[in-house]
Design a protein around this ligand. Structure first.
Ligand SMILES: Cc1ncc(C[n+]2csc(CCOP(=O)(O)OP(=O)(O)O)c2C)c(N)n1
Ligand SMILES: CC(=O)[C@@H](O)[C@H](O)COP(=O)(O)O
Ligand SMILES: [Mg+2]
Length: 628
């Protein structure tokens, strides 16, 4: 096996072309086998095997900088840079990260996870290189999805103007996670099919040569026609106009062509964009046929292509998608907006029911947010379906375009809390802090899927301004889904369990954790009050004042950053009311980024478990029983 001989990129340089092609086959088989056990981003990586081999054959990483946009397609890069033996730990706790990670290797020069950042970083590295008088290459590998992200366009605007020596490899497989969308995607499709246009161009030129030269007019017209045809069919004219030398499209699975093209591109002075056409899922039929489903599968059976499904209650995402259909059938104002995550956000069925009311804007969270503002300003009920982590990219739009004008946008924040294997770049743990601090915002979190449905109804009936509900990347608790969703009075919490030893104010999935702890403690005669703090904003102030009047110790629990989170809000409330001497202990995520692993492992790492809660309760000094 050639793969066994490859422990660092230099090892590639001694292989013949045929051996490189053999290696590509071995790497493909390696990926298919390893990921059948670990799961991971299969189809994107299968699509960049030859491209990554070519890059590491030609360039000298880490002296030359290879930046992978998003970084989900960097498994081949990791295999070629000495980490193939770690693939059994891919995305596991303390194992190999599923994205580029500087602490893993000197070859990992740019970390990501969120898309469309590589061109900005590449420009920074190129400007630093030139200021330092160095001469390394800077190469950004960006997909046809990621290049539609706003940041990428901002960077192209800058790069094309400054004419820095940067190579951009556009890996065009016609797919984002779902089929790619947008005008740039359409433009790339035209270029991809350009080989036909080019044939037509040759025919036109041939024809023009045949016409006998009659005076200046015909010849001049012919010249103009040829020039306009050139403009029409010239590949990459948009990139050229932006200041890039455009080369392509080239077959991204043909190693000789890739190597030759990259050698040519390397000689170009100034920014160069190499348009590489690949097949997402290349080499594994199920993934080639349905690269959307195979973008990030769990473990699967190689032969049958059957992905192992978890049994049990439906995911919150599925409950959201189905309930939105139910509500949209009754209320035609509802419009769903997703930034390139129709599948992940549970909107594929909704799109089938309401094709005109499901808007996929591509990787464009900022645009999606303000689009929702526009929709709301015209009396529609936009539901912005977005992962917590990706909502971060639209923070100013949430503040400036939605909260300030009090527009009635609904935020369906999915992947709220720990997300598990995607790790630190994808944890949905900051939206409590950055949403609850905004004026006019209402922020809810359900304890189970039945309450999620009620919150969706609450949001539908709420007309006063922005309102958000957040739910985890997990299956529900198995609560009933039969009841008609009914609105919850804004700002009201719910006592789930009586107790006078201490009161736990729990948000979302922490309610179950608190219930489990209370069950344990009750066996020891310690009665914990469990409160479903289902409104993070506004707080249930009457409830908080009641707790203060009882001087009962309070513990808050949230799967979110402690800094600025729900517990902070409770402490701020008491401080504002000048209520002192209360015991308020905040349980949440400490001030650091929690890496990949399972959600269970991540909770254990930060102490968001029933055991940790029991320990906290037992630290409390038993209060003197209050006289009745
Ligand atoms: C800001 C942001 N929004 C959404 C995502 C989710 N996401 C991850 S990969 C991906 C599609 C990227 O498509 P492309 O760049 O073409 O890469 P491919 O998987 O096709 O190789 C998306 C939308 C993300 N990582 N970052
Ligand atoms: C790389 C990326 O950002 C997406 O593929 C993300 O990993 C999807 O997350 P889910 O698996 O939670 O849908
Ligand atoms: Mg793509």
């Amino acid at each position: 096996m050639l793969l066994e001989q490859i422990n660092r990129p230099e090892d590639l340089k001694r292989l013949s072309l045929t051996e490189l092609e053999t290696l590509a086959g071995e790497i493909r088989q390696f990926l298919i086998e390893k990921l059948s056990v670990t799961g991971g981003h299969l189809s994107s990586n299968l699509g960049v095997v030859e491209l990554t081999i070519a890059l590491h054959t030609l360039f000298h990483s880490p002296y030359d900088k290879l930046l992978f946009d998003v970084g989900h397609q960097a498994y081949v890069h990791k295999i070629l840079t000495g980490r193939k033996d770690k693939f059994d730990t891919l995305r596991k706790y303390k194992g190999l990260c599923g994205f580029i990670k500087r602490s893993e290797s000197e070859h990992d020069v740019w970390e990501a996870g969120h898309s469309s950042t590589s061109l900005s970083a590449a420009m920074g590295m190129a400007m630093a290189r030139d200021l330092k008088g160095e001469h390394n290459k800077v190469v950004a590998i960006i997909g046809d999805g990621a290049i539609t992200g706003g940041m990428a366009l901002e960077a192209m605007n800058h790069i094309g103007h400054e004419k820095k020596n940067i190579m951009v490899i556009l890996n065009d497989n016609e797919m984002s996670i779902a089929p790619n969308v947008g005008a740039i995607h359409n433009y790339l499709s035209k270029i991809r099919s350009d080989r036909h246009y080019l044939k037509a161009k040759e025919e036109v030129e041939h024809l023009l040569k045949k016409i006998p030269a009659i005076g200046g007019t015909l010849a001049k017209t012919a010249e103009k026609l040829k020039d306009s045809l050139k403009y029409f069919v010239l590949n990459g004219v948009w990139f050229e106009e932006l200041g890039f030398t455009y080369i392509g499209p080239v077959d991204g699975h043909n190693l000789p062509v890739l190597l030759d093209t990259l050698k040519q591109a390397e000689k170009v002075n100034g920014p160069v964009l190499v348009h590489v056409v690949t097949t997402k899922g290349k080499g594994y039929t199920p993934a080639e046929q349905d690269s959307h489903s195979w973008h990030g599968p769990g473990p699967y059976k190689i032969e049958s292509g059957q992905v192992l499904k978890s049994v049990g209650p439906p995911m919150y995402t599925e409950v959201f998608g189905n309930t939105l259909i139910e509500l949209a059938e009754k209320d035609s104002r509802i419009v769903a907006v997703t930034p390139a995550m129709p599948g992940g956000s549970g909107l594929l069925k909704f799109a089938k029911h309401f094709p005109d009311r499901m808007i996929d804007v591509g990787i464009a969270e900022q645009h999606a947010a303000t689009l929702c503002a526009g929709l709301a300003s015209e009396g529609l009920k936009p539901v912005f379906a977005v992962y917590s982590t990706f909502l971060q990219r639209a923070y100013d739009q949430v503040v400036h375009d939605i909260c300030r004008p009090k527009l009635n946008v609904t935020f369906a924040i999915d992947r709220a809390g720990f997300v598990g294997p995607d790790g630190e770049t994808h944890q949905g743990v900051y939206d409590i802090s950055f949403m609850r601090t905004l004026p006019n915002m209402v922020l809810m979190m359900p304890k189970d899927e039945k309450e999620l449905r009620n919150m969706m109804q609450t949001a539908l009936e709420y007309e006063e301004g922005p309102i958000a509900y957040r739910y985890p990347r997990s299956s529900g608790t198995g609560s009933s889904l039969d009841e008609t969703p009914t609105a919850i009075p804004i700002g009201t919490w719910e006592t789930l369990r009586e107790g006078d030893y201490a009161a736990v104010l729990a948000a979302g999935p922490m309610v179950q954790v608190a219930e489990d702890a209370a069950e344990q403690l009750a066996k020891e005669g310690i009665h914990l009050r469990v409160v479903n703090a289902r409104f993070i904003k506004p707080l249930d102030e009457a409830y908080l004042l009641q707790l203060a009047s009882e001087s009962i110790p309070i513990i808050t629990m949230e799967e979110g950053a402690i800094q600025g989170g729900f517990g902070s809000a409770v402490m701020e409330f008491y401080a504002e009311k000048a209520i002192i001497g209360l015991h308020v202990h905040v349980m949440g995520i400490p001030d650091y980024f929690v890496e990949h692993g399972s959600v269970k492992e991540q909770r254990e790492e930060v102490g968001l478990t029933a055991l940790s809660l029991i320990a906290e309760v037992k630290k409390l000094v038993p209060r003197k029983r209050q006289r009745a």
